[in-house]
Design a protein around this ligand. Structure first.
Ligand code: SAM
Ligand code: SF4
Length: 367
């Protein structure tokens, strides 16, 4: 594909890249002659992105304290959000032309996106058929689990940080724990296996519940994963010293269980996995802050308004929506996506003194 006068692929200009915060970097650098003629999403560190995380909406029906403020956020105007047709065009390009073989739908709360089952079914019909997963807070899952499984969801992650209703209401600012528990049970009954539970531990709030959560997950056949709290909340309230570290999580779990590394190759998976009391039950710890796994990262991200992000913590984005709406060809869009990923940084640098939190909160990026 030819480049324009400014070095961007035709259709891509500095004006349709979106710099987020400082320093303002151009998000789609000029085509680099050192980039190999590889159709996949390779970067300068030899990583290949094969896992696409798609945020379907920035809206949510919970208000988790580590994610967004009580009053919610200024939601993305509808017209800025990709339509189903636009989204399916990008997903098709990703799977057909860029070597993506895993899709994870997330948000915001993905169950709030109208037509979710249709999007999943259309994704499942692509060749080669991608693996499809969903990360949800579980509200409304009880009545959707079967239709989601029928549409083609292979695996599901449900977020739940506590087993105590009053704590759930404090953490999420909504009294909905029983909905989440019903959703989990429905997902298991619908044959979505494994059903994983994502938990964030907060100091002084639910960090005494780590072992109870694991006992619950083992008893009911869910796979629990603890996620270190990351600086991605809209309120910028994260403090390193307040975060419960992976080391602390292991300590709390080891007081009741014997944990041994499961010995399986981790690949690009974020979770370190352990057998619980010899197995077969497993538990995962996602130590994004204290033991970052950027060196093996295989992810590329698409926001609900059509911006490609090479990392959760990226401070620049590449605007594919402008290309979609400006009449670009599939080949031009694919090449722009490749260039955006070629410029992916080595790591997120949360522990660097100069770390700057991205302007977009987790709920608008897609976790
Ligand atoms: N609403 C859905 C849910 O909660 O599962 C999907 C989106 S949510 C942003 C995805 C995951 O990110 C959830 O498991 C949530 O607990 C996690 N998360 C949100 N904010 C986080 C933060 N600041 N640090 C670590 N994980 C976070
Ligand atoms: Fe909503 Fe998920 Fe954020 Fe909680 S973590 S407020 S459920 S987007």
């Amino acid at each position: 594909m030819e480049n324009g006068v400014d070095g961007y692929p035709r259709g891509v200009t500095a004006s349709n890249t979106v710099p987020l915060g400082l320093p303002a970097l151009r998000s789609a650098p000029p085509a680099d002659p050192s980039r190999p003629a590889d159709p996949r999403l390779v970067d300068t560190f030899g990583r290949v992105a094969t896992d696409l995380r798609i945020s379907l909406t920035d809206r949510c029906n919970l208000r988790c304290t580590y994610c967004m403020p009580a009053e919610g956020l200024d939601w993305m105007p509808r017209e800025e959000q990709l339509t189903d047709a636009e989204l399916m065009r990008l997903i098709t390009i990703a799977v057909r032309d860029l070597g993506i073989h895993e899709l994870r739908f997330t948000g915001g709360e993905p169950l709030l996106r109208k037509g979710l089952e249709e999007l999943i079914a259309a994704s499942a019909a692509l060749e080669p058929r991608p693996d499809i997963s969903l990360t949800t807070n579980g509200i409304g899952l009880a009545r959707r689990a079967e239709s989601l499984a029928a549409a083609g969801v292979n695996r599901l992650n449900v977020s739940m940080d506590t087993l105590r209703p009053e704590r759930f209401a404090t953490i999420t600012r909504r009294d909905r724990l029983s909905d989440v528990l019903d959703g989990l049970a429905a997902a298991r009954a619908a044959g979505l296996n494994p059903v994983k539970i994502n938990s964030v531990l907060l100091r002084g709030m639910n960090d005494d519940e780590a072992a109870d959560m694991l006992a619950f997950a083992v008893e009911y056949g869910y796979e629990l994963r603890f996620i270190e709290q990351m600086p991605l909340d809209a309120q910028h309230g994260w403090e390193r010293s307040e975060m419960i570290t992976a080391g602390e999580i292991m300590e709390r779990l080891s007081a009741r269980f014997t944990l041994t590394p499961d010995g399986e190759a981790r690949g690009g998976a974020p979770a370190e996995r352990y057998l619980v009391d010899g197995g077969p039950a497993r538990v995962g710890v996602i130590a994004s802050v204290t033991r970052p796994f950027c060196g093996a990262c295989d992810r590329t991200r698409l926001t609900a308004d059509g911006q490609v992000r090479s990392c959760l913590f990226a401070r620049t984005e590449t605007d594919l929506r402008a290309l979609l709406r400006g009449g670009s060809t599939d080949a031009e869009i694919a090449e722009t996506w490749r260039i955006a990923m070629w410029g992916k940084l080595a790591g997120h640098g949360i522990d660097d003194p100069g770390f700057l939190q991205p302007d977009r909160p987790m709920s608008a990026i897609g976790g």
